[in-house]
Design a protein. Structure first.
Length: 220
């Protein structure tokens, strides 16, 4: 049907062109042969170009769809394999006392130590005192946790809280009324007074407490 329509309209177009050429050439006293044929060839050429472009578009569309499908499949596969790896890491870490959470291993010491000794204890295990970057992480470490040292101190400059990697504190989970140091409480514990998420207290660095060590995973 479509083919017929195209052919019909093409004939109509050709016919109207015939008439136009006939009239023009008749008035000029010329025949209708050469120029008319050129025009017909031109219009066929246009049509062919349009068809070619259409086919090209269709091919591109199919290629893009295939690429999109392939990419999505690969992303799905990667996600599944990452989830499986995370699960394995989680299971493995429980074996020797380390717990896994979002790209880090955590370990709670059994012995009580001063803040400096606690930091040393973590470093000897390829870790450092924990740095808390989110509420989720704070919730994770606060779970079933009493008082424990974390990697936060203002021992270099009173009131300027720094993590053990040198970064500044942005969000703190201080207990009510904390920090309240008068210059003598430069190290921070979590789990002070309550099991609430907001449970940090600035404390004497020479007090002896258990500590939470964190070892980040370098995926690269
Ligand atoms: C109270 C509070 C804390 C403080 C300790 C020191 O519990 O004032 O902020 O760190 O005493 O023992
Ligand atoms: Ca305090």
């Amino acid at each position: 049907m479509k083919g017929m329509k195209i052919e019909m309209s093409e004939n109509m177009y050709a016919n109207s062109e015939d008439t136009e050429f006939y009239t023009r050439n008749h008035m000029l006293g010329k025949g209708t042969s050469g120029t008319n044929r050129d025009s017909k060839t031109g219009s066929r050429c246009c049509m062919l170009t349009a068809v070619c472009l259409g086919v090209l578009c269709a091919v591109l569309l199919v290629a893009l769809s295939l690429l999109w499908f392939k990419l999505n499949t690969e992303i799905d596969q990667l996600q599944t394999s990452c989830e499986a790896k995370e699960k394995n890491l989680g299971m493995l870490s429980q074996l020797d006392g380390w717990r896994y959470f979002r790209s880090s291993f955590y370990y709670v010491s059994t012995e009580k130590k001063t803040w400096n000794e606690a930091r040393q204890h973590c470093r000897e295990r390829g870790a450092d005192l924990v740095i808390i970057n989110s509420e989720e992480e704070q919730k994770f470490i606060a779970e079933n946790m009493g008082i424990a040292w974390i990697g936060l101190t203002d021992m270099d400059s009173e009131g300027v809280w720094k993590w053990v990697d040198g970064s500044s504190l942005t969000t703190g989970y201080w207990g009510s009324g904390e920090p309240n140091s008068k210059g003598d409480e430069d190290c921070v514990v979590t789990g002070y007074k309550s099991t609430n998420v907001k449970s940090w207290n600035d404390y004497y660095c020479n007090n002896v407490e258990v500590c939470i060590c964190e070892r980040k995973i370098n995926w690269i």
